[in-house]
Ligand binder design. Structure first.
Ligand code: HEM
Length: 464
């Protein structure tokens, strides 16, 4: 449609107009000159009403004092460099535990030092869920009884509910465009949303009461605090925050962080692996960098990441070709304004066609080719922080992702560790398939099965 109708055009679904924006110059005009006018999210969507604690999840909240207050707390208290640094040991121990797990799978299945077949989408998801859960709520997702306890049934159910939640967030319901037939609930989506929201709320409720009890028991300032501890202490005496119940604000903010952090990073790692397997020369160069910089006799630390610029370029190139949300996250205009020479009415929704911007042949040579080298040559000054409008995987403007450095670092660290610890091969003579399904995020449809074999000295895995 963008090829046919140009870099800015309108579609109409029901009574709602939506602008589709598909080039970087207009994106720049949108997220600089007009940013304030387009910093709210559509709040009247069926999914928002049912899944976002009535708007208390700040990622879906309208632009205003409540959103500003929570975003400020999240940025200063939860995503500050100091807090991220304090939780470094969790990221390291979770990555090492997962690498060790994979090594055990290889040891248990292997007598001839051969490769073993593993499914990577699930491996990445479990690792990320455990890592994110420990940082946010102090315990693993897989192993609800505490770190080290492998309560996989509960973990799998939790992962399923969050996946269901993400799927439902991306669902198009008839009620969104023809509100007067909403009550008919075609497809049963609204019923499913209520059920998923209730199940998730029960999990978050249990976690919140544990955190409140812990706070009552110990007030030692030196105790390590997870994200939920911080929220509980910030809102200690408050019963209501901007009209919302304090408990709901804490649960909603924790959920916003869990859902923001897990799917996006899992999806990025999965696509990065697909691209590396389809481009063996890039994989070879990445391995060379790892072995020159780190060697085969020790594990990678977070402080090593700055020595791995090629791997960083691989992640940027993956985010260019496979932004987790190829159509951005919806916004809505709260004022009339002019964009690309056109008059835009207040109330119009905005979809930013990130994929189209990222593959514009006026900006990117061989736009559909996977060429990480471009970030060391022709595009070496382009970063992903939302100021270079040619590359916006984390969005831009006031509503830009608040966790850019953190998200980028997580992906970089996990990919570096996995590639450093294992030789990998495509099990099939055919290219790895890249079929995707588009919901709120663009996920690989089929499992990602690959062959792996350890490549460090055994001591590295044994001491992890
Ligand atoms: C590869 C990793 C990630 C990508 C590509 C990504 C991408 C995005 C995008 C495109 C948006 C919408 C921005 C806009 O409207 O302009 C967003 C918002 C958001 N992201 Fe991320 N994200 C990532 C990681 C994370 C992580 C690790 C967290 C949490 C720790 C997180 C939390 C959020 C939240 C809470 C919002 C909503 C912000 C608001 O509405 O004010 N994201 N992200």
């Amino acid at each position: 449609m963008a090829d046919k109708h140009g870099p800015i055009f309108t579609i109409k679904s029901g009574s709602k107009k939506t602008i589709i924006l598909s080039n970087w110059e207009i994106a720049k005009e949108c997220f600089t000159t007009n940013d304030l006018a387009v910093s709210t999210r559509p709040t009247k969507l069926v999914a928002n009403e049912n899944l976002s604690y009535n708007g208390a999840m700040f990622g879906f909240a309208p632009y205003g004092p409540y959103w500003r207050q929570i975003r400020k707390i999240v940025t200063l208290e939860l995503l500050s460099n100091r807090r991220i640094e304090q939780l470094s040991h969790i990221r390291v121990s979770e990555v090492q535990a997962s690498v060790k797990d994979l090594y055990s799978v290889w040891c248990n299945n292997n007598r001839n030092e051969e490769y073993v077949l593993v499914e990577m989408k699930n491996w990445f998801a479990k690792l990320i869920f455990n890592m994110v859960f420990r940082m946010l709520v102090g315990k693993r997702c897989f192993g609800f009884g505490g770190v080290g306890n492998n309560d996989d049934d509960k973990g799998n159910r939790c992962l399923e509910i969050i996946r269901e939640f993400m799927n439902l967030l991306g669902v198009f319901t008839v009620g969104d465009v023809v509100p007067f037939v909403r009550w008919l609930d075609f497809g049963g989506h609204e019923k499913a949303m209520k059920k998923t929201a209730k199940e998730l709320d029960e999990i978050l409720d249990e976690l919140l009461s544990e955190h409140r009890q812990k706070r009552r028991r110990s007030l030692d300032e030196n105790d390590e605090k997870d994200f939920m501890d911080v929220m509980v202490s910030v809102f200690d005496d408050a019963t209501r925050i901007d009209g919302f119940d304090a408990d709901n604000v804490i649960k909603a903010t924790t959920l916003a962080m869990i859902t923001g952090a897990t799917d996006t990073t899992t999806v990025t790692l999965t696509w990065a692996m697909c691209l590396l397997l389809r481009n063996p020369h890039t994989l070879r160069k990445a391995k060379e960098e790892l072995h020159t910089q780190i060697g085969k006799e020790r594990c990678i630390l977070e402080s090593d990441l700055s020595k791995l610029p090629y791997l960083q370029a691989i992640i940027k190139e993956t985010l260019r070709l496979y932004p987790p949300s190829p159509l951005g996250v919806h916004r809505e205009f709260t004022e009339d304004c002019i964009l690309g020479g056109y008059q835009i009415e207040k109330g119009t929704r905005l979809i930013t066609n990130l994929w189209k911007i990222h593959t514009d042949s006026c900006v990117w040579s061989d736009p559909l080719e996977f060429k990480p080298e471009r970030f060391h040559t022709t595009h070496k000054n382009i970063d992903v922080k939302g100021h270079n409008f040619e590359l916006l995987p984390f969005g831009s403007g006031r509503r830009v992702c608040p966790a850019i450095s953190f998200g980028f670092q997580m992906v970089h660290f996990i990919l570096a560790n996995f590639l450093h610890s294992f030789e990998i091969l495509n099990p099939s003579p055919e290219l790895v398939d890249i079929d995707g399904t588009l919901g709120i995020n663009h996920v690989k449809t089929t499992p990602l099965e690959i062959l792996v074999k350890p490549c460090l000295i055994p001591n590295c895995y044994e001491t992890m």
